[in-house]
Design a binder for this molecule. Structure first.
Ligand code: NAP
Length: 249
């Protein structure tokens, strides 16, 4: 039997792409396309089992509260989640033990793998820095993906008690060494012609390793969105990050 899926933010760039991908997928049924001004009651009247949210950081919490309280699983691509918002979602889920919520900062399977590989590799190198490169219309710097990668690398390095990275810089122009996220310097490039790219450069005596991911088109997020939809129906509670639905051992 197919999974009944609704999309919130259906007229947006990501939402429209998600609607197309879902409607072209045999084991999924697109039952509602909701955008600003439409009633959330459509989620209930369409008997959606999963709602995919690609709206706006200011709108997403209200949507999630409604969906969870109505027993609907959620797959969320909208960005801007912090500890307080995640705790709020957990508290809603606590009253609905069968409902699953996936919050995925990045649905790109390649991007998720890049983050995982980088974190694993960082245990074996003295130095690691991140360069993220995006189109010039991006509002936030560093990107959410770069921030998450830096956090994962910091955790991995701390787990093996890596010493501080070597860096003899004693004078620098502000920003020249990037922004420090955890232990990792992150450099943000904003350049006409780019889409969304990231390099993690690792270095040790006599060798370097560069792990690079390029997001070329929004279609690249769709296999991850479909994986999220299929997985969330059998995973109740809060899942943060698509990697938990991937076999990475
Ligand atoms: P977008 O083109 O602006 O689309 C958002 C859509 O949601 C718009 O049609 C917007 O309507 C609508 N909307 C706003 N509030 C709503 C509400 N309360 N209920 C229903 N619809 C509402 O943005 P986008 O590029 O698709 O990105 C959407 C979100 O996904 C952003 O947070 C972005 O950072 C994130 N994103 C995540 C990933 C990932 O892999 N996790 C990848 C790409 C983007 P109006 O235009 O009328 O306001």
């Amino acid at each position: 039997m197919s999974i009944r899926v609704a999309v919130l933010g259906a007229k947006g760039r990501m939402g429209a792409e998600a609607c197309k991908a879902i409607s072209e997928t045999k084991d999924l049924e697109l039952v509602a396309q909701i955008d600003i001004g439409d009633s959330l009651d459509l989620l209930v009247s369409s008997a959606a089992q999963v709602v995919v949210d690609f709206t706006h950081p200011d709108a997403v919490m209200k949507n999630l509260e409604f969906a969870i309280n109505n027993g609907i699983n959620v797959v969320v691509g909208t960005t801007g989640f912090d500890e307080a918002k995640l705790a709020q979602i957990k508290s809603w889920l606590a009253n609905h033990s069968k409902v699953g919520a996936l919050i995925a900062p990045n649905f790109g399977l390649g991007a998720v793998l890049m983050m995982q590989f980088a974190a694993k590799a960082s245990k074996y190198f003295d130095s690691v820095e991140i360069i993220e490169l995006h189109h010039p219309n991006k509002a936030d710097a560093p990107s959410g993906t770069a921030t998450r990668t830096a956090e994962m690398i910091t955790d991995a390095r701390r787990s093996v008690k890596k010493a501080a990275m070597p860096d003899a810089t004693s004078s620098a122009i502000d920003g020249a060494r990037g922004a420090l996220v955890g232990e990792v310097p992150v450099h943000s490039v904003r350049l006409r012609g780019l889409v969304a790219h990231q390099e993690v450069i690792l270095g040790d005596l006599g060798e370097t390793l560069t792990i690079r991911h390029d997001s070329i088109d929004r279609t690249g997020f769709m296999p991850g969105v479909l994986l999220g939809i299929r997985s969330v129906v059998s995973h109740s509670g809060l899942t943060y990050g698509l990697e938990h639905f991937m076999d990475l051992n």
